[in-house]
Ligand binder design. Structure first.
Ligand SMILES: [Zn+2]
Length: 506
């Protein structure tokens, strides 16, 4: 594939086989790109203005850039650090995995993930950054800059809370011996007023092209936040017109914590606080009940479905079919590299399909490859708030296009482009990636970041963080022994006991 002639604005992509998901075809087509936007899609040989840059896409299969509805930039420096972890053990390990990070580390971690996504055909993501004990303008700007430097789009939201994990899980603090209770005091978070003021500072000072990188608000887990804090997050999101994203009903322990604290589900409680609407995204939603799904669907909210993470952490299998039936907008995400190991959206699509099929032989409830693909493109795009401009290759939409090499063994032979894109492709056939009309990956090479420098910087950061987090690791190991027995025990109890209160006679 080569560029024949340089031109300032107009590009014509000639002869690629363009995905037509509705008709399950991939016929040769030309795409005219003006600046960052697709102007026309037509038959091969379509007329183009003189002087247009020509991209020869013969032998390529073209599909819209995949959109990762849920990930964590900070997770990339923690890749491979755990194995047999539940969500609660992952949260216990948080200070070890993400402690002592400098602003440069935040940039670097995000850059690694952005590079991986670009190389694996993903052109936009929703990133919840580790910003404890309270978010900083510098940290958020560093994350945003990493996405700009790699050249993919992102919504970046600081994860915030005002209760620590030990304060948020019912009965957990009492299980800790007094010495450990004292130790976990160091994980106390900033008062919610301080954190709301800092989020406001981030949102007010947000710079740059909002079609490339936007900010959002992420009260990380509802019961890790006071009601005043949650309501304040909702007010800020509305005031600045940005998204709201929260890990809701990810694990059974979370559901129990919600029932104990609120007497309702987490989603119902967030709805009572006025947080559920079209700009609201639930991450995971494994344990949403029928009413929760209906509530989200009726209010136009989204779920970021992360099947890989849900399996990896033993959280369960989310009911994507149930969500779609109740008109919930479903996007697909990978979650962070510290809990689901890679940011490969092809794998996430495949797992979304397989997770539905693993739930039983009622094939009417299975997720089809067309549905998985739609969720990973248009569904995720809508969750990001980019629903009217990315996720399709069509006139008026941003030119975010992935070029797969049809000579790769994944595509030999090409029978059904939708089935093969979701079930066969694993990222290895990604040849080139265009975002907003600009090539950021060409011939399997990332053009925007020097890989050798990235590796060197990452190794330096890794070695330093291992040293600095030695004490955190020891403390986390001691805490894990208690969390690792207490939380699974809590999860074994039936939900109705918690709904009506453990002391109430039945
Ligand atoms: Zn997450």
């Amino acid at each position: 594939m080569k560029k024949l002639k340089a031109s300032a604005r107009i590009t014509v992509i000639r002869g690629g086989r363009l995905l037509d998901a509705a008709r399950r075809r991939a016929d040769a087509a030309d795409i005219l790109v003006d600046g960052d936007t697709i102007r026309a899609v037509g038959p091969a040989g379509m007329k183009a203005p003189a002087g247009a840059t020509v991209v020869d896409a013969r032998g390529m299969f073209l599909h819209p850039g995949l959109v990762n509805a849920h990930t964590h930039g900070h997770g990339n420096l923690g890749k491979g650090m755990g194995d047999r972890w539940t969500l609660e053990l992952l949260l216990t390990a948080g200070p070890w995995l993400a402690g002592h990070r400098t602003t440069q580390d935040k940039y670097l971690g995000t850059l690694i993930g952005a590079a991986e996504m670009a190389l694996k055909g993903c052109t936009a993501c929703y990133d919840l950054s580790f910003e404890f004990p309270t978010p900083s303008v510098e940290g958020m700007n560093a994350a945003a800059q990493a996405y700009r430097d790699v050249g993919i789009r992102a919504v970046v939201a600081p994860m915030v809370a005002d209760y620590s994990f030990y304060e948020a899980i019912p009965g957990l603090m009492e299980m800790l011996p007094p010495a450990l209770q004292k130790d976990v005091e160091r994980f106390r978070l900033a008062p919610y007023q301080t954190t709301l003021a800092n989020i406001r500072r981030v949102l007010r000072g947000w710079k740059g092209d909002r079609d490339q990188v936007r900010a959002a608000v992420a009260p990380t887990i509802p019961h890790h936040c006071s009601d005043e804090f949650l309501a304040g997050c909702g007010t800020l999101a509305r005031e600045f017109g940005v998204g709201l994203h929260s890990h809701v009903a990810e694990s059974k322990v979370q559901v129990i914590a919600g029932l104990r604290r609120y007497g309702t589900t987490l989603a119902a409680h967030m709805d009572e606080l006025g947080l559920v609407g079209p700009d609201f995204t639930v991450a995971h939603g494994v344990w949403l009940d029928d009413d929760d799904m209906k509530r989200l669907g009726d209010k136009g909210a989204s779920v970021a479905h992360n099947p890989g993470s849900n399996m990896r952490l033993g959280s369960g299998l989310a009911d994507m079919r149930g969500m779609l039936e109740r008109k919930v907008n479903v996007g697909i995400g990978t979650d962070g590299a510290n809990c689901s190991d890679n940011l490969n959206m092809y794998e996430a699509m495949r797992l979304a399909s397989l997770a539905s099929k693993a739930q039983g032989p009622d094939c009417g409830r299975w997720i089809g490859t067309d549905e998985a693909l739609r969720a990973a493109t248009e569904g995720s795009a809508r969750a990001l708030g980019f629903g009217d401009r990315i996720g399709r290759i069509a006139p008026g939409w941003k030119a975010d296009i992935v070029f797969l090499d049809l000579g790769h063994v994944n595509w030999i032979p090409l029978n059904d482009p939708v089935n093969q894109l979701v079930h066969t492709e694993d990222g290895n056939a990604v040849h080139s990636v265009m975002v907003g009309g600009r090539m950021i990956v060409e011939n399997r090479r990332l053009l925007t970041v020097v890989a050798s420098r990235l590796a060197r910087d990452a190794e330096e950061a890794r070695a330093r963080l291992v040293r600095l987090n030695r004490d955190n690791r020891k403390l986390c190991d001691r805490l894990a022994r208690i969390v690792g027995t207490y939380c699974p025990g809590l999860a074994k109890t039936p939900l109705h006991i918690h709904r009506y209160g453990a002391s109430r006679p039945f």
